[in-house]
Design a protein around this ligand. Structure first.
Ligand SMILES: *Cc1c(COP(=O)(O)O)cnc(C)c1O
Length: 248
C-alpha cells in the first residue's frame, strides 16, 4: 500500500491520499451506514523527522501522534516546525509515567492525551495542570487483557470515566482508545478488541448519560484501520503506512 519513490524516498502526500481513500471506502462499507462521519486521522510520527512531519502537514495533515514525552517535546518545541506548521495538533499516545506528566504539560499545541490509563495518572493531571487549563483526554482500555499492556480493564471503564468527569474536571473526556492485539485474523470473525472497546463506550455512555456519539473510539492502526472504521472507529492512528517502516 505504501508508495516508495526513487531511491527509497517516501512519498508522504501519496501515502496520505491512499489512507484517505481507504478511509472513505471503509466509511461507506459500515453496516447500515451506521454513521457516515469520516474518522479523525492521527498521523503517528514517532521516530520520524520533523521534515517528514512538515511534509505531511503541507499535504493537509493536522493531527500527529507521538509516543515518547521527550521526543514529542523536542518536535513540538522545534522553532521552524512551530512556525511552518502553526495549526499542528499533537496527540500523546504513549505509555504515561507519572513523573513525565509535568513535562508533557509544557508541550506546545498539545491537543489530546489518549492514554489516561490509571487513577494515578488522571489525578496527577488534575493536580499538576494550571487552574485555567483543560486537556482533551481519552481513557486507554486494556481490551486484550495482556498483563504487560497498560490501560484500565474493560469492567472498570464506567467507574473510571465517572472519576474523571467528577474528580478531574481539567480533563475533558473525549472517548476511549485501545491498542489491542496486532494481526487479528478477520476470517475468524470480528476483532474482539474492537468489540470490547465499543462495549466500553456503551457502558460509559449509559453510566454517565453521555450520548454514545459524543464519545470517540480511538482504534485502528496501519494493519487494521480499515476494519476498525467499518466496526465504528471514529479516530485512527496510522504511522508506518504514511511515513514508512520504523527502525527499531
Ligand atoms: C506506533 C503506534 C501506532 C501506529 O502504528 P503503525 O502500525 O505504524 O500504524 C498507533 N498507535 C499507537 C499507540 C502506537 O504506539
Amino acid at each position: 500500500m505504501m508508495k516508495i519513490m526513487a531511491e527509497g524516498v517516501i512519498d508522504i502526500a501519496a501515502n496520505l491520499k491512499t489512507v484517505q481513500a481507504v478511509m472513505t471506502d471503509a466509511v461507506a462499507a459500515r453496516p447500515n451506514q451506521a454513521t457516515d462521519k469520516m474518522p479523525t486521522l492521527v498521523a503517528v510520527s514517532k521516530k520520524k523527522s520533523v521534515l517528514m512531519i512538515k511534509g505531511a502537514y503541507d499535504a493537509g495533515q493536522r493531527h500527529f501522534g507521538e509516543n515518547y514525552v521527550k521526543e514529542l517535546l523536542y518536535k513540538a518545541k522545534d522553532v521552524d516546525l512551530a512556525k511552518l506548521c502553526p495549526d499542528i495538533k499533537w496527540h500523546f499516545i504513549g505509555h504515561l509515567q507519572k513523573n513525565k506528566i509535568s513535562q508533557l504539560m509544557n508541550c506546545p499545541r498539545l491537543h489530546m492525551v489518549e492514554t489516561i490509563s490509571s487513577y494515578e495518572v488522571a489525578d496527577s493531571f488534575q493536580k499538576k495542570m494550571k487552574s485555567d487549563l483543560t486537556l482533551n483526554a481519552m481513557i486507554q482500555v486494556n481490551t486484550s487483557g495482556e498483563e504487560r499492556k497498560s490501560g484500565i480493564l474493560p469492567e472498570q471503564c464506567a467507574d473510571f470515566a465517572q472519576h474523571i468527569v467528577e474528580k478531574c474536571p481539567k480533563l475533558i473526556l473525549r472517548g476511549v482508545m485501545t491498542i489491542g492485539k496486532p494481526e487479528h485474523d478477520y476470517l475468524c470473525g470480528p476483532n474482539p478488541d474492537f468489540e470490547c472497546l465499543i462495549k466500553c463506550r456503551e457502558s460509559i455512555s449509559e453510566h454517565l448519560n453521555i450520548p454514545v456519539n459524543e464519545l470517540d473510539l480511538s482504534m485502528g492502526m496501519s494493519a487494521d484501520f480499515k476494519e476498525a472504521i467499518i466496526a465504528g472507529s471514529s479516530h485512527i492512528r496510522v504511522g508506518s503506512t504514511i511515513f514508512g517502516k520504523r527502525e527499531n
